[in-house]
Design a protein around this ligand. Structure first.
Ligand code: 0O2
Length: 206
């Protein structure tokens, strides 16, 4: 992808993402060698596309400038962590919040407080001080943590949202909300099953 709009800052955004990834990998490996479960299923990252950033700035009635993109919008750099179970989402959030150098700027728990459309996910905006040979660059990274099931729903909902010519948008929204609620129930049931299994294996708890 072409990142003309971000200019040199693209390196800083990618650098901040790498720092978050490295930290997560160390935590995962350290847990693994000590015999603990891995609470993470997989991770994806992205620098927000220039078009999506420009659209968001306009949506928020901000001038389309690089400075606004880096200081007023928090998700130019994004990390998405996918977990199997709801408890893992909260566990990963707590682990990351304890990391030295990860300053929590904003936290949104859309799992306890889902959006009206049914969206569920745990969002934390961290500020990292990226040290480039003594030059310190504060960079925001938005970390989204959610279950496989929540991710499945939000990927499809995101795709549908951008489809034009939907003839019956209200019905589609209602159906999506119904699916989100069903998925939430399934996540709770899966958590219960996991808890039943883990109580037989005390050694593998968090
Ligand atoms: P894209 O295309 O994914 O980049 P605000 O509260 O408005 O100041 P902001 O930044 O919108 O702040 O915060 P929030 O609520 O944490 O949302 C940030 C991102 O979460 C969104 O980025 C989406 O990726 C995701 N998200 C939030 N709500 C929804 C939703 O209802 N459905 C889906 N599928 N994803 C959602 P962008 O820039 O909106 O989009």
């Amino acid at each position: 992808m072409d990142y003309e709009f971000y200019k040199d800052s693209i390196v800083l955004l990618q650098g901040a993402i790498s720092e978050v990834l490295t930290k997560i990998e160390i935590i995962r490996e350290y847990r693994k060698v000590r015999g603990y479960n891995d609470p993470i299923n997989y991770i994806t990252t992205r620098v927000k596309s220039e078009q999506s950033m420009k659209d968001k700035l306009k949506r928020k009635k901000l001038a389309v400038t690089l400075d606004n993109a880096l200081t007023k919008i928090y998700d130019a750099a994004g990390v998405r962590i996918i977990c199997s179970y709801i408890d893992d989402v909260y566990h990963v959030a707590e682990m990351l919040k304890k990391c030295h150098g990860f300053e929590v700027i904003r936290e949104k728990d859309y799992i306890k407080n889902p959006k009206p459309n049914g969206y569920r996910s745990y969002h934390i905006v961290f500020q990292l001080s990226l040290d480039v040979s003594g030059e310190i660059h504060p960079i925001f990274v938005e970390v989204q943590i959610r279950t496989i099931a929540q991710d499945f729903w939000s990927s499809l909902e995101h795709e549908i949202k951008y489809k034009k010519n939907i003839k019956n948008p209200e019905l589609i929204s209602q159906e999506l909300k119904r699916c989100a609620d069903q998925i939430a129930t399934t996540d709770l049931n899966m958590q219960t099953i996991k808890n039943m299994i883990s109580s037989n294996d005390e050694r593998k708890k968090h």
